[in-house]
Design a protein around this ligand. Structure first.
Ligand code: HQG
Length: 179
């Protein structure tokens, strides 16, 4: 299985496990899980056939560990736009985390802070390199430092996904340090 095929299957899984399961007639359970056989069948019926072996390989080798298989079911670890309750326990963040964005968003972020936009939560990275890659998806990357220690002391709640992405509802401007 080549790199291009792996990325294609991964993107297909992200689309249907995070955003549009109904597009292929799937319903996720409240925690975001779906039966693997049902997923494979639905994908094939909607013109995107892949095998169980391909699925296992994409899940195992995924650069960001985006998916978890548990028994006969699979879910995305984070990044949903549809309503799911991942039931992640609250976690204590490190003193600082990073958010990668791009120049066009800065004026609005200065005014209103970080918002989840189309997703459930604001995504924060534990290192600058990851945040730089996230920001670079949309243009010249700009890395903001978030005073997550202060946020935590002030009662903001954090979760960390199975693949190490930090999630919080919003980041008010006073906790942000701009470059
Ligand atoms: C920006 C990918 C204006 C925010 C990545 C970002 C990540 C604002 C965009 C994960 C704003 C939202 C998430 C405000 C935030 N005004 N713009 N007040 N607040 N923004 O894609 O963090 O490959 O929803 O800076 O690697 O970029 O999908 O979030 O530019 O981990 O697994 O609004 O998605 O992972 O964009 O990326 P996104 P994100 P996957």
């Amino acid at each position: 299985m080549g790199e291009r095929r792996t990325v294609k299957v991964s993107k297909y899984l992200s689309r249907h496990l995070r955003h549009q399961p109904a597009r292929i007639g799937l319903t996720l359970d409240p925690a975001g899980w779906v039966d693997i056989d049902a997923l494979i069948t639905a994908a094939a019926e909607h013109g995107f056939p892949f095998t169980r072996e391909e699925l296992d390989r994409v899940v195992a080798t995924n650069d960001k560990q985006r998916f978890t298989i548990e028994g006969t079911r699979i879910r995305a670890n984070q990044g949903h736009s549809i309503s799911v309750d991942l039931s992640l326990p609250p976690a204590t963040p490190p003193p600082y985390l990073y958010h990668g964005t791009h120049p066009r968003a800065l004026e609005s972020i200065r005014a209103t802070g970080l918002k989840p936009m189309n997703r459930h939560a604001v995504h924060l990275s534990s290192d600058r390199g990851t945040a730089t890659r996230v920001g670079a998806r949309r243009g010249r990357p700009v890395v903001l430092v978030v005073d997550t220690g202060a946020m935590h002391r002030d009662g903001h709640v954090f979760h960390v996904s199975a693949n190490g992405v930090w999630l919080t509802a919003a980041v008010p401007p006073r906790y942000l340090c701009f470059p």
